[in-house]
Design a protein around this ligand. Structure first.
Ligand code: PGA
Length: 261
């Protein structure tokens, strides 16, 4: 049995505020009964920034936690268009994605930015979900392992979780995201072992064991999720497309909870 299975829904920029509220309501309605008495699974929804406040009204006090999709590394200042970790905390965020491949790819987010964002989140006791993963070109060139190790090392540089702080690494092969075709569970598992080894090389073993979690993302749905979750080395999943319809997403959560018994 895993310490806790983590299932994170990344709603990306797919929903407006009203649709985000409607989805949150439906997920809570369907999941609340199932979640009662289950401490072995954590479900998190990550709406877009504009919907955080309204979605928090729905999720607050329910078994579904809330996360953001990005953050800036300073608390305050002249940073037009950015969002502070202080604001995320105020709005009720317990988690925040960092370095998602769409931000690395479309917006030029670098390992250095990911490191600073991770530090800012830890400072405010928001759990960073650091996304790492190789492109198809990098994989074809035999650079998969080196790229992912470098991304993990960069993100945790100087960022040792202390006290009650936690850190999540999400392995998401970039070419798989949104493709409808996940990698084989064994393929993901080998990367998860490598990521864990990297964490053990850079952080004290008890911190890795108690305060870090490594999850898989990339075209996960209710049909293929079990193949990942049943492997000991995979602590949970990050779900994009399949998190946008409440019945399918809640079915995925139920299956994940049942597998962790
Ligand atoms: P996907 O997205 O499940 O739609 O592939 C996952 C993600 O981008 O986090």
């Amino acid at each position: 049995m895993k310490k806790k299975t983590l299932v994170i829904a990344n709603w990306k920029m797919q929903l407006n505020s009203a649709d985000s509220v409607a989805l949150a309501k439906e997920v809570v309605r369907l999941w609340a009964g199932q979640a009662a008495g289950r401490s072995d699974i954590e479900v998190v929804a990550c709406p877009s920034h504009v919907a955080l406040s309204a979605v928090h009204e729905i999720l607050n006090g329910t078994p579904v936690a809330m996360g953001a999709q990005d953050v800036f590394w300073e608390d305050k200042g002249a940073y037009t268009g950015e969002i502070s970790p202080v604001t995320l905390k105020e709005l009720g965020c317990e988690y925040c994605l960092v370095g998602h491949s769409e931000r690395r790819g479309f917006l030029g987010e670098t390992d250095e930015m990911v490191q600073k964002k991770t530090a800012a989140l830890l400072r405010h006791n928001i759990i960073p979900v650091v996304c790492v993963g190789e492109t198809m070109e990098e994989r074809r060139a035999g650079k998969r392992d080196a790229v992912v190790i470098a991304q993990v090392q960069a993100a945790i540089k100087g960022n040792r979780p202390v006290g009650t702080q936690k850190l999540v690494i999400a392995y998401e092969p970039r070419w798989v995201i949104g493709s409808g075709q996940a990698v084989a569970p064994d393929d993901a598992a080998s990367m998860h072992r490598l990521i864990r080894d990297t964490l053990y090389e850079n952080l004290p073993a008890d911190v890795v064991d108690r305060q870090t979690t490594v999850i898989y993302g990339g075209s996960v749905d209710a049909g293929n999720m079990g193949g990942f979750i049943k492997l000991d080395v995979i602590d949970g999943v990050l779900v994009g497309g399949a998190s946008l319809k409440a019945p399918e997403f809640v079915k995925l959560c139920e299956l994940a909870a049942d597998l962790n018994t």
